[in-house]
Ligand binder design. Structure first.
Ligand code: NDP
Ligand code: 3PY
Length: 322
């Protein structure tokens, strides 16, 4: 009997392909840093039993409908907004993802962005590299205090809570907005559930940690920026689509808010001439929230495991249920 066929959309380490090859025929896009073209992915998906993908692969209804024997779409990510989950479920195809394993690493990066933006670290680095460091000056590169400031978290889920926990170490006053109250987190973190307006109007740091859905598309728009304090710093490590980037640009440019720390963008990779990148009060990173070596290895292992589980006829440990 022939082995099932798994297609990997990026080059993966040998231990991952070896693990899969013990049970499957393995096909792989041989580049680690370049995504597989959509038409090749669609072609591969027609005959694959399993797909090992990531945040940059768009897996739409057309591709899913064309798949003849696909059993699982396993993404090496917790976010799955790039996959048409409904279309997969209609064909009884599992969509598996990697929650939890990347929570602390992503929270570290979120807090790093918050600190870098508040204390203007990228600007300081530029000053030194450009040989612009003059005499010590009383108000040179003055930033914003983090300790005892108010941290507003929109989307108090796994990562939101882990960011809040870091905030408690800085004695921050934590407020959050979620559709479901998180009583246990409130007690553990001293956090308070507030409505969106109060969060926007009173927070020193506004941090978005929701998934990207129809409901969260441009959740942070012009009206939201208008409500924020002019000293507020906006942090986004969720998905670019949760924010209206034009409104963000205008808010930063007009001084309606003080700064932004961004790990995600509506179009990734963002083009170097994007207006947002011309602003000194933007700290931008290339979607590296979960990018520690240990965490990425765990995510890859978990993804391979989900595929093997599905191909054995088991339900993968973490499937998306919508
Ligand atoms: N930059 C990066 O590299 C990374 C980015 N991410 C992003 O972070 C997201 C969150 O991950 P994780 O914390 O594990 O997910 P969770 O599902 O644990 O948390 C998401 C939270 O958002 C809340 N939420 C959902 N919709 C809304 C809404 N409309 N308004 C307010 N709150 C809402 C949910 O609560 P409720 O439904 O009750 O409102 C939930 O508490 C991922 O979906 C992904 O997009 C994740 C990892 C790395
Ligand atoms: O897991 C995710 O959703 C990411 O964005 C990458 O880790």
């Amino acid at each position: 009997m022939s082995k099932p066929y798994v297609y990997l959309t990026r080059k993966m380490p040998q231990n991952i392909t070896d693990q899969l090859a013990a049970a499957c025929d393995v096909g792989m896009w041989e580049k680690a840093e370049e995504p597989v073209p959509q038409h090749i992915l669609k072609e591969e998906m027609k005959t694959a039993d399993a797909v090992f993908c990531n945040v940059s692969d768009v897996i739409d209804k057309d591709m899913i409908d064309a798949a003849e024997q696909l059993k699982v779409i396993a993404t090496m990510a917790v976010g799955y907004n790039n996959i048409d989950v409904k279309a997969a479920q209609e064909k009884n195809i599992y969509v598996a993802h990697t929650p939890g394993v990347l929570t602390e690493t992503t929270a570290d990066l979120t807090f790093a962005l918050l600190m870098a933006s508040a204390r203007r670290i990228p600007e300081g680095i530029d000053v030194i590299k450009n040989n612009e460091w003059g005499a010590w000056a009383p108000f040179f590169l003055t930033g914003q205090d983090i300790y005892q400031a108010r941290l507003g978290i929109i989307g108090m889920g796994r990562i939101g809570e882990a960011v809040a926990k870091r905030g408690t170490g800085f004695d921050m006053d934590i407020v959050y907005h979620n559709r479901t109250p998180k009583k246990e987190a409130e007690q553990r973190l001293g956090a308070r559930l507030v409505d969106m307006d109060e969060l926007l109007q009173t927070s020193d740091f506004v941090c978005v940690m929701t998934p990207y859905t129809k409901e969260t598309h441009h959740l942070i728009d012009k009206q939201a920026f208008d409500k924020m304090k002019s000293s507020a710093i906006f942090i986004n490590t969720s998905r670019g689509g949760t924010v209206d980037e034009e409104a963000l640009y205008n808010a930063l440019k007009n001084g309606d808010i003080r700064g932004a720390g961004l790990d995600v963008f509506e179009n990734e990779p963002i083009s170097a001439d994007h207006p947002l990148l011309s602003l000194p009060n933007v700290t931008a990173l290339p979607h590296i929230g979960s990018a520690s070596e240990t965490t990425r290895k765990k995510m890859a292992e978990m993804t391979a495991n989900h595929i093997l589980q599905a191909l054995r006829g088991e339900t993968p440990d973490y499937i998306v249920k919508e």
